[in-house]
Ligand binder design. Structure first.
Ligand SMILES: O=c1[nH]cnc2c1ncn2[C@@H]1O[C@H](CO)[C@@H](O)[C@H]1O
Length: 320
């Protein structure tokens, strides 16, 4: 039997995070060995509470939750929280009861380092929020990029407009300094940006299909999806929602659902372009020595088999 890929989901739940977490638990190719939490869609304290709650819904309280950073890597406390996308509670304003479980004592960064040391080269981190925890792991252990198997990043807007403003995508905008540290760390990185996830849409008809399923995840998600659908109807005038986090999760499960290009990625950390992700294909050798030279390359998703991805997400969420 093929060994299941060990994954840690770094998450800010979040409605599409909830979908991705359930999808991971429904994917026989992977074993979820932990969740780490971060601010983004909600503040970190609420992200931890929601992560514990979602694991209780799944009956998977055996999976540890490690709480992540409450501030950016530069100790910034003015965070941009996307409660207008996910509801004030992050889960569609459903006022779920507080979870019974507690996070483990370890911080997210130290849990990431510990797991990378325990299973060198074997752990995939699926990063669904700002990249602070992973940058902290790199800061605390410079060997972390070599020991972690792969980091799949949901983030960036490669050659397209962002979703926070024309320059920046939300997860990169949340902590651009961390993003630049992670992208240039030398780790095996696969980035899935909104240039790709905006092609993966759950339509109103798909949601109706989900609501007719008796699967426990399908039933739960139909309760929380209203807020996410309303936001997309109002902001994008689309008849459906973007499946950002589930698409990134599937890139970790089965990378062949997407295609990639390889090059250097740098992140703008200040000014009106703060959070901009720039991809350099390294074909042109520039004469000048600069911050682009001799940087490690990463893989950036360019196309996705959207129908196959949507079908797999629907199938796995309905058969639960
Ligand atoms: O318009 C938006 N502003 C802020 N965050 C968003 C928006 N749309 C989606 N997300 C959240 O940020 C990630 C993708 O950028 C996704 O995790 C999604 O939940």
């Amino acid at each position: 039997m093929v060994e299941r890929k060990k994954i840690i989901i770094d998450t800010d739940p979040g409605i599409d995070d909830a979908m991705a977490i359930f999808l991971a638990l429904q994917s026989p190719e992977v074993e979820v060995i932990g969740l780490t939490t971060i601010y983004g869609n909600v503040y970190t304290t609420l992200a931890t509470r929601n992560a514990l709650h979602l694991l209780e819904i799944a009956g998977r309280q055996d999976i540890p939750v490690a709480e992540g950073s409450h501030v950016t890597i530069t100790k910034g406390t003015k965070l941009r929280i996307a409660d207008f996308v996910h509801g004030a509670d992050g889960l569609g304003n459903q006022n779920f009861p507080p979870p019974k479980g507690k996070p483990i004592e370890q911080s997210a960064a130290s849990f990431l380092i510990q797991q990378a040391n325990l299973h060198p080269g074997k752990v995939t981190v699926v990063a669904l929020g700002p990249l602070t925890n992973i940058a902290l792991a790199i800061e605390q252990d410079p060997e972390f990029p070599k020991k972690i198997g792969q980091i799949v990043i949901l983030g960036g807007a490669f050659s397209v407009n962002g979703n926070v403003n024309p320059a920046a995508e939300a997860n990169i905008f949340g902590d651009p300094d961390s993003a630049d540290i992670v992208f240039t760390s030398g780790a095996d990185i696969l980035a899935v940006g909104i240039n790709v996830t905006h092609q993966v849409v759950m339509t109103d008809a798909d949601r109706d299909k989900l609501s007719q399923s008796s699967g426990k995840y399908a039933q739960y998600l139909c309760k929380i999806l209203d807020v996410y659908f309303s936001y997309h109807h109002d902001s994008y005038h689309t008849k459906g929602v973007y499946l950002h986090d589930p698409t990134a999760l599937l890139a970790a499960v089965n990378p062949s659902l997407l295609t990639y290009i390889e090059g250097v990625v740098r992140v703008q950390t200040n000014g009106i372009m703060r959070g901009l992700t720039i991809f350099y294909n390294t074909k042109k050798k520039f004469g000048e020595v600069s911050e682009w030279c001799n940087k490690p390359t990463v893989k950036v998703a360019v196309t996705v088999d959207a129908p196959a991805v949507v079908e797999l997400i629907m199938e796995r969420l309905m058969n639960s």
